[in-house]
Design a protein around this ligand. Structure first.
Ligand code: SF4
Length: 464
């Protein structure tokens, strides 16, 4: 099915609204501050909000007390997310007292759940604007209404549309994200994302390539990560994800190409081969497994087995030399037994992950798993998580020896001032390497030889 785009007329109306706000603000240059919670998708939405605000004439504030407009871009994935978000919004009351003209907005996944949005408006009368994930494109119009004195709550329950052509103010650095698709169709039984981000829809391949080209050639980024909830099922006008990788790989000036997140059920051999063939695609994949037990995978509605997952790992290792695989794992899913946990631990040992993000299952209201019988007591989850973490660590640290004496290229990202100051950067495999050197190295790609291991990272020396 053709994805729906936000209508051109709506985007044009947003630009008109941006223009009107700009004239209204004149030389004032008020300051904005966006606090973002959750995943890269939210970070990316915040970059779009920042892009629109800067076009209106706002400038970025260092912190909340110095801002004239504050936006909380919320997430509903983590434990106690609502309590924490409401707490943080509550603190703004004092700032509002000092500066009654301060505008306060709240948006993002949590607000897309209309109950939470209504609670936000009811509990905090000083919140001026609440909007959901489907309103990004009309943010200027909503802000204009607020500036005219209205208190605005706007949540549309649509299947989701693609907002193309909005301005973006990217976070500083050398590495940036480009969204290739929105939403998710998978309905993993523990996950709220399909309910708050709508059905899966892919952007046109040529729009993506053009955005990457601009980020690289006009804004100076050298590393791009293609972003989506399930990039492996990308399908933009008949262009598959492996084809898209090949297209983006040709962008001149781009040095490194990454992507996330991959779903094992949609990871094809063709994609593995595209990774192998495209020189800019990094030797790393984040491939969430979630559990090593087939019974639990079924209850999670993941639609693959541990055998299939391990087959993918073999295919990747065979065809993409030096690849590192990272993953996400949930323990304590409803009905999980000690045997299920053992299956997960044995999969971790077999797959040889270089890192794994582990979580104790926690209920997301509105999901299928929240209604399942056999919820696991918190102390059992905690004990299982501790066991899992020690196996992950053992397995990850054990992988590092193979790097000793090898050479590779790192993108130097910053300076670590704990202990002896060192510069740090990542290999294409995402392994962190510490080297001696000065801050002028930041942003450079340098060849290094690995000569030591620092817990779960590496030490090296620059050799070019
Ligand atoms: S693939 Fe599953 S875990 Fe990922 S966003 Fe979709 S439903 Fe959630």
């Amino acid at each position: 099915m053709e994805p729906k785009y936000v209508e051109k007329a709506v985007i044009e109306a947003s630009y008109e609204s941006i223009g009107r706000i700009r004239s209204r603000l004149g030389e004032a240059a008020p300051r904005y501050y966006i606090e973002t919670y959750g995943c890269q998708m939210n970070e990316h939405d915040s970059e779009t909000l920042a892009g629109m605000l800067e076009k209106m004439g706002f400038t970025r504030a260092e912190d909340k007390p110095n801002a004239d407009l504050i936006i909380f871009n919320t997430c509903c994935i983590r434990d106690n997310a609502e309590r924490r978000t409401f707490g943080n919004v509550g603190f703004i009351k004092e700032l509002k007292k000092e500066n009654p003209a301060l505008i306060l907005g709240v948006c993002g996944c949590m607000m897309q759940q209309s109950d939470a949005a209504k609670r936000m408006m009811a509990r905090f009368p000083f919140v001026d604007l609440v909007f959901g994930t489907n309103e990004l494109a009309v943010f200027p119009q909503l802000l204009e209404r607020v500036m005219e004195g209205e208190r605005v709550l706007e949540i549309r329950d649509t299947e989701g549309e693609i907002p193309e052509g909005l301005p973006i103010k990217r976070n500083e650095g050398f590495s940036t994200f480009v969204n290739i698709m929105y939403g998710c169709n998978n309905f993993c039984s523990y996950c709220i994302v399909p309910y708050v981000r709508g059905r899966e829809r892919s952007r046109r391949a040529e729009d993506i390539v053009e955005e990457v080209r601009r980020a690289v050639q006009e804004e100076g980024f050298t590393e791009v990560t293609l972003l989506g909830q399930n990039v492996n099922s990308y399908n933009g006008n008949g262009v598959s994800f492996p084809e898209l990788l090949r297209m983006v790989n040709k962008v001149e000036g781009l040095k490194r190409l990454r992507f996330m997140t991959s779903h094992p059920k949609d990871l094809s051999h063709e994609l593995v081969m595209a990774m192998a063939e495209c020189d800019k695609v990094c030797e790393h994949i984040h491939l969430p497994v979630q559990s090593g037990s087939n019974r639990i995978l079924k209850l999670m509605n993941r639609r693959y087995t541990r055998e299939h997952y391990l087959e993918l790992v073999r295919d990747l290792r065979e065809n993409v030399p030096g690849i590192e695989i990272t993953t996400d794992i949930i323990v304590g899913f409803p009905t999980e037994t000690d045997e299920d946990l053992e299956d997960t631990l044995s999969l971790v040992r077999e797959a040889g992950f270089s890192a794994a993000y582990s979580f104790a299952y926690s209920v997301r209201q509105g999901t299928v798993a929240a209604r399942m019988e056999g919820q696991i007591p918190e102390e059992v989850k905690k004990a299982r998580l501790a066991r899992l973490n020690s196996v992950i660590m053992e397995s990850a640290v054990g992988q590092n020896d193979k790097y000793l004496g090898t050479e590779g290229e790192i993108l130097i990202e910053g300076r670590d001032t704990r202990g002896e100051p060192m510069m740090f950067g990542k290999l294409p495999s995402l392994k962190m390497v510490y080297v001696k050197g000065g801050e002028e190295l930041i942003g450079q790609y340098r060849r290094v030889r690995i000569n030591g291991i620092r817990f779960n990272s590496l030490a090296g020396e620059i050799i070019d």
